[in-house]
Design a protein around this ligand. Structure first.
Ligand code: C2E
Ligand code: MG
Ligand code: MG
Ligand code: MG
Length: 283
């Protein structure tokens, strides 16, 4: 997702301008070829319900197997892809791959599973974004209700009417829409009325501050908002048992984070689906 504030920050902080300029050009060239060379891969991280001791969803997270640099996180290249106008092609690949994977897991019997896919705000500039997504689901014979799109608060601040219409169309088609990293942007409650989203994902910066079964004004406020708007809630970045416990007490049941599982390739994710109990530490 676009984090404009960090745009080209390295150019200002590093004196080795030439080195970085060269690295940037190499990255741009490599990125142009990455799709053609099949260097992208999706990893999956489970979203678990504590109460049900079940995996309710998987978030698809993009990885780039760079020939020289190894596995790269999207944080290292999504913004460049957006600036180069390559994000549309990448998003299309991600959606196609995620749908293929979900269809395959459904064949294995995991029919209740939901797949979450991260969207770039730029994807919503595309006139036919809604039909290209619903067409992809149909082609893979996937119920739209099993697909969730993750968007960011920044998306809802610009060009509101057009984006809101697209979100509404996606929701009418049966898809879920989650606000990722909720609470970190310029959270105006008004947009929750304009944008019929279905899920709030509590950003991990708020989860990080939880260190025991205690009150927490931010988490309580977010779960209160979720209840008020009848939204689902997912906490991200859960790393410690104390955080999981505190979230549960604060009314948040669905969680995602290293405490349960790190993002991993599809074959490992399938093992979790087969034996979800392995994700839940015994008490
Ligand atoms: P996000 O959507 O908020 O994803 C969560 C990030 O936190 C992921 O980083 C994940 O690996 C990491 N994470 C998960 N659990 C924990 C934890 O317990 N502790 C910590 N410290 N981190 C945790 P990742 O995979 O590097 O992705 C970074 C961001 O890149 C994502 O943030 C998302 O905004 C973006 N992204 C990922 N995949 C895609 C994609 O296919 N398309 C687009 N446009 N953006 C993507
Ligand atoms: Mg996400
Ligand atoms: Mg997130
Ligand atoms: Mg995040």
């Amino acid at each position: 997702q676009v984090k404009r504030s960090g745009k080209n920050a390295f150019r200002f902080f590093d004196p080795e301008l030439n080195t970085h300029h060269r690295e940037r050009i190499t990255l741009e060239n490599d990125l142009r070829n990455a799709l053609l060379r099949g260097e992208f891969e999706l990893h999956y991280q489970p979203q678990v319900s504590i109460a049900r001791r079940q995996i309710v969803g998987m978030e698809a997270l993009l990885r780039w197997r760079h020939p020289a640099l190894g596995h790269l996180s999207p944080n290292a290249f999504i913004q460049v892809a957006e600036e180069l106008g390559l994000i549309g092609e990448i998003s299309r690949w991600v959606l196609e791959e995620a749908c293929t994977q979900l269809a395959s897991w459904r064949q294995e019997g995991h029919v209740g599973l939901r797949m979450s896919v991260n969207m770039s705000p730029l994807d919503f500039d595309k006139r036919d974004i809604v039909s290209s997504i619903t067409e992809c689901l149909a082609r893979h014979a996937l119920p739209p209700g099993q697909m969730e799109l993750e968007i960011t608060e920044s998306l809802m601040m610009n060009d509101t009417a057009d984006v809101a219409a697209k979100v509404r169309q996606l929701r009418s088609a049966g898809l879920s829409v989650a606000i990722d990293d909720f609470g970190t942007g310029y959270s105006a409650l008004a947009y929750l009325q304009k944008f019929p989203v279905s899920t709030l994902k509590i950003d991990r910066s708020f989860v990080r501050d939880l260190d025991g079964p205690t009150t927490n004004p931010i988490i309580s406020a977010i779960t209160g908002i979720a209840r008020g708007f009848a939204l689902d809630i997912v906490a991200e970045g859960v790393e410690q048992p104390e955080q999981a416990e505190a979230l549960q007490l604060l009314g948040c049941d669905v969680m995602q984070g290293y405490y349960f599982a790190r993002p991993a390739p599809a074959h490992e994710a399938l093992e979790w689906l087969r034996q979800p109990a392995r994700l839940f530490p015994v008490h």
